[in-house]
Design a protein around this ligand. Structure first.
Ligand code: PLP
Length: 398
């Protein structure tokens, strides 16, 4: 199939809920993606933060092939070698988290965490942050802040409210004896790449402890090395009660998980479950992916490469840039204009980046990206972000 044929078929049969690009991607390798004509693009999106190991990692491919020939599916009531191994590996990533629930996506991990918080505390209310993004199913959508995602779907889950992010006083005012949990991202991703302060995350831990609420940290986008530590919350020495993760957990194979701390109670048979959760195929991919993340020190690589790229980006002299911020290889460039024309211009120069809201360019490259490739990203960004014609073209797209 050529590019146009692929596009035509997708346009005919798509549900309609995605704004489709006109670029057809058929192959990936490391930090590169290739279109149907073999043209190479530098991936600064990682499939929305999934491909931390890069694309087509041979260790993940090998594990998948082997496991596909051994056992693909098994309900979690039957113990399994791959699942047991992954349970050990993933819980070893954070001390104090001895148990884990496996599922298939980020939003499912958040749904599970909310159910666990309610059943554990016997309380109903959940407090999330303004600008938060936690997913698009009804429970997680209730905690997602932006109207754009919520409108048309009310009534959402009762008892979920939002409070200003990075504001200790505001949080202290709303957490009380009816609060089951506070859910926070350590770096708000979709909301615009806003890192939390150490003081805020540490205060959230203290406030939850004082009032008997659980702290849920959503590491779905920040997890597995993205910010320069295995989990972003580890920058601040805080252990949550529940930690949601997904995206790069299984090297690109769909998988989510909730790490569960000692304070979480009442998780008895039947309280929750998932047909595909913890299936041996995803677990095998997860085992291979974690071996690479740890063995190749991807968190350390993200820290060093993030600092390198950030320095280069901060040197770009452009009146169009408001701020560059981020943690590790999770970087946001806030522009003074809408970013769609910039993303298009970057794509024309064969760099695929993301937005985070209307005015932030979000960079989430694979953590295996090379320094040469980072130089290219910085060079192209310097050119595109300083070009007035790109800024001006917003008038046409507004
Ligand atoms: C912080 C955060 N939570 C939850 C989700 C939802 O994950 P999924 O799309 O796998 O349902 C995302 C997805 O971008 C996310 O970034």
């Amino acid at each position: 199939m050529n590019s146009q044929q692929i596009i035509d078929i997708e346009n005919k049969h798509t549900s309609g809920v995605y704004a489709k690009q006109s670029l057809t991607i058929v192959r990936g390798q490391g930090a590169s993606l290739f279109d149907a004509d073999g043209v190479e693009y530098l991936d600064c999106s990682s499939g929305h933060g999934v491909a931390n190991l890069g694309h087509a990692h041979p260790k993940v491919a090998e594990a998948l092939y082997k496991q596909a020939n051994t056992l693909v599916t098994l309900f979690e009531t039957f113990p399994n070698d791959q699942r047991a191994m992954l349970m050990e590996k993933v819980t070893a990533l954070m001390s104090g988290m001895e148990r884990v629930f496996f599922c298939n996506s980020g939003t499912e991990a958040v749904e599970a965490a909310f159910k666990f918080a309610r059943i554990s505390t016997g309380r109903k209310n959940i407090i999330a942050a303004m600008r938060a993004f936690h997913g698009r199913t009804f429970g997680s959508l209730s905690a997602t802040f932006n109207k754009k995602y919520r409108e048309g779907f009310e009534p959402l889950l009762p008892g979920v409210s939002h409070v200003a992010f990075n504001n200790v006083e505001a949080l202290a005012k709303v957490v009380n004896e009816e609060t089951a949990a506070v859910i926070l991202e350590v770096v708000q991703g979709e909301g615009g790449v806003y890192p939390a302060s150490a003081e805020y995350i540490q205060a959230a831990r203290r406030i939850c402890d004082e009032r008997g609420a659980l702290l849920i940290v959503d590491e779905i986008q920040t997890g597995f090395g993205r910010t320069g530590k295995m989990f972003a919350v580890q920058h601040f020495g805080v252990t949550p009660d529940l930690l949601t993760c997904a995206k790069s957990l299984a090297g690109g194979v769909p998988m989510g998980a909730v790490l569960i701390g000692a304070n979480v109670k009442n998780l008895t048979p039947g309280v929750h479950g998932s047909t595909f959760g913890g299936n041996p195929l995803s677990c095998a991919a997860g085992n291979a992916a974690l071996d690479v993340i740890i063995g190749d020190d991807l968190p350390g690589q993200a820290a060093a490469k993030g600092t390198y790229l950030m320095e280069k980006l901060k040197q770009i002299q452009s009146p169009n840039i408001r701020e560059v911020r981020g943690m590790g290889l999770m970087i946001g460039i806030e522009m003074k204009q809408k970013v769609t024309p910039y993303l298009k211009a970057l794509q024309e120069k064969r760099i695929i980046a993301l937005n985070a809201g209307m005015t932030v360019i979000r960079l989430l490259p694979p953590l295996v990206i090379s320094y040469e490739q980072l130089d290219r990203v910085a060079e192209v960004l310097a050119e595109v972000l300083s070009t007035d014609s790109v800024a001006d073209s917003r008038m046409e797209t507004d």
